[in-house]
Design a protein around this ligand. Structure first.
Ligand SMILES: Nc1nc2c(ncn2[C@@H]2O[C@H](COP(=O)(O)OP(=O)(O)OP(=O)(O)O)[C@@H](O)[C@H]2O)c(=O)[nH]1
Ligand SMILES: [Mg+2]
Length: 319
């Protein structure tokens, strides 16, 4: 079966891609064999991250970008990640409906993912799905994620280019928007520019970029868009191409991807160690005894952690 899935992915079989993604979501043990086997076929896809507040217009923008990317003849994968919603079996309805016309287009693959609170986390799963879509032959993989906290900042770290979508309507002054989100932007979009206050939002972002006065090799452009009539989407597309060109010609793309490999290995080691330890410890009699002894102040968490570590067997780390 694994072999069938692996060959399916490489040969462009959508059903096998969907199967592999389900295995990743289930944290099935087969997933590692599959990811290892397809790895030689990865590294070609360009990864685009789109984040912003709920309802900022991310899906509408992706929808319109898809049209331009398809016109370039590119094959595109879209992963809509919602860290705030539980896993729903592969569908965030709104995204489904809006991107429907592309669903008929065989060169476009759209999939939604929600959180499952598992050890590997949504970030790990997203990374794995990007790999699958890469090996599947997608030229561009777009990750859409709601910008609300740390988790989606982690997700977006897999993107080569990150777009942060803001709106005038949100009433958020730019200063109040989480610093973490502002820092990851390679391109800013002020969407819903048909609504009042767009100019102010643009100038607030611009002022923020000038703060600190440090000279940037890349100053994130600020693009206004109205997805209702598509205005500004062409400009956004050009800004994305410019950023990609900047990354490629400066050698930063290669460097960033190398850094990602480093982080990825560390993450995987941590994940394996953590899950192995947790499988042995969680709910064990020793663990529970230590909890009650800590409660009665016979021992303390520091001593308990050391005691548990001594009894852990890390040989034969589980996947
Ligand atoms: N006025 C106006 N409304 C827009 C514009 N773009 C999107 N909207 C509306 O904003 C709402 C949210 O759009 P989505 O594209 O679903 O936004 P999103 O950021 O993907 O939303 P979530 O995935 O739920 O976080 C929809 O009702 C859109 O019709 C725009 O340019 N102007
Ligand atoms: Mg959306």
């Amino acid at each position: 079966m694994q072999q069938k899935i692996i060959e399916g992915i490489i040969n462009g079989d959508r059903r096998m891609v969907a199967r592999a993604i389900s295995l990743i979501e289930d944290e099935a043990s087969e997933k590692e064999t599959i990811l290892s086997a397809i790895f030689p076929y990865t590294g070609k896809a360009y990864c685009l991250g789109i984040t912003g507040a709920p309802g900022a217009g991310k899906s509408s923008l992706v929808d319109q970008l898809l049209v331009l990317l398809r016109r370039q003849g590119l094959r595109v994968g879209v992963i809509a990640v919602d860290p705030t919603s539980p896993f729903t079996g592969g569908a965030i309805l709104g995204d489904r409906i809006r991107m429907q016309e592309h669903a008929l287009d065989k060169a476009v693959f759209i999939r939604s993912m929600g959180t499952r609170g598992n050890l590997g986390g949504l970030s790990r799963a997203t990374k794995d799905v990007i790999q699958i879509l890469d090996a599947f032959g997608k030229d561009v993989v777009i990750i859409e994620t709601v910008g609300v906290g740390q988790s989606e900042v982690d997700i977006i770290k897999y993107a080569d280019t990150t777009v942060v979508v803001l709106t005038p309507a949100s009433g958020d002054s730019v200063q109040t928007i989480k610093a973490g989100i502002m820092e990851i932007a390679d391109v800013f979009v002020v969407n819903k520019a048909d609504l009042p206050g767009a100019d102010r939002t643009v100038s607030e972002i611009s002022m923020m970029l000038d703060l600190g006065g440090k000279k940037r090799a890349w100053r994130p452009p600020i693009v206004r868009t109205i997805t209702l009539d598509g205005s500004g989407v062409g400009e956004l597309h050009r800004a994305l191409l410019d950023h990609r060109e900047y990354l490629t010609s400066s050698g930063r793309l290669e460097k960033a991807r190398e850094d990602r490999v480093r982080r990825d290995i560390v993450d995987l080691i941590e994940y394996k160690v953590k899950s192995t330890i947790w499988r042995q410890v969680s709910g064990s009699a020793e663990f529970e005894l230590l909890v009650s002894r800590i409660m009665s102040r016979e021992t303390d968490p520091y001593a308990a952690a050391v005691q548990i570590l001594r009894s852990i067997n890390l040989n034969g780390l589980s996947p």
